[in-house]
Design a protein. Structure first.
Length: 194
């Protein structure tokens, strides 16, 4: 995933609704996002407002305690999502990364990454090894316990995602992947990836 954080705002929360849950209704698409629809006359694109709201809501869903519980299950009291993200970053690095490299991917300060590394190392989920070319730097590797924990959380994450898109057409899933990839590339181009 890209390392760019985009902070967006939404309108104040509306009064409680008696409408069915989101899964049971589809929000009408603004005219500006309907294929072939006319461009906005005043330059203000309501489609961008709706996209902004959806991105904020998606982030909110991923931060909810229920989502954390679904991913971590009985591990919730012993490990947090920051540790899981760290382990996933180390696993995907293509080679043992340094703390600085992990911090860059996670878009956090090196001191923050170092604290998460310390907790993961104390829990036996990863180990630090001195760099061969610079003994002051450490390279990170997952332990077998770290690999097992990450595999368990990954399976849970996939199950949650599968439940979220249950009944979707395969073409819709592929289209969503393509569009999210394009959106991430657009954020990197517009705001920089650092």
């Amino acid at each position: 995933m890209c390392g760019t954080y985009i902070y967006m705002t939404t309108a104040p929360p509306a009064a409680p609704s008696t409408a069915p849950p989101r899964a049971a209704r589809a929000a009408p698409a603004p005219a500006s996002v309907v294929p072939g629809g006319p461009p906005p006359e005043d330059g203000h694109d309501p489609g961008l407002d709706r996209l902004d709201e959806l991105l904020v809501e998606l982030r909110r869903v991923l931060l909810r305690p229920g989502y954390r519980r679904a991913l971590l299950g009985d591990l919730a009291g012993t490990v947090g999502l920051a540790t899981v993200r760290l382990l996933r970053t180390v696993q995907r690095a293509g080679g043992p990364p340094s703390i600085g490299e992990v911090a860059e991917v996670l878009a956090v300060d090196p001191s923050t990454a170092s604290r998460v590394v310390d907790r993961a190392a104390e829990a036996g989920l990863l180990e630090r090894r001195a760099c061969a070319d610079d003994r002051r730097r450490a390279r990170l590797r997952l332990t077998s316990d770290g690999e097992a924990l990450l595999a368990e959380v990954t399976a849970r994450r996939r199950a949650v995602l599968a439940a979220a898109v249950e009944g979707w057409d395969r073409d819709d899933l592929v289209l969503l992947q393509v569009l999210v990839d394009r959106l991430l590339a657009g954020f990197d181009a517009a705001a920089g990836s650092a």
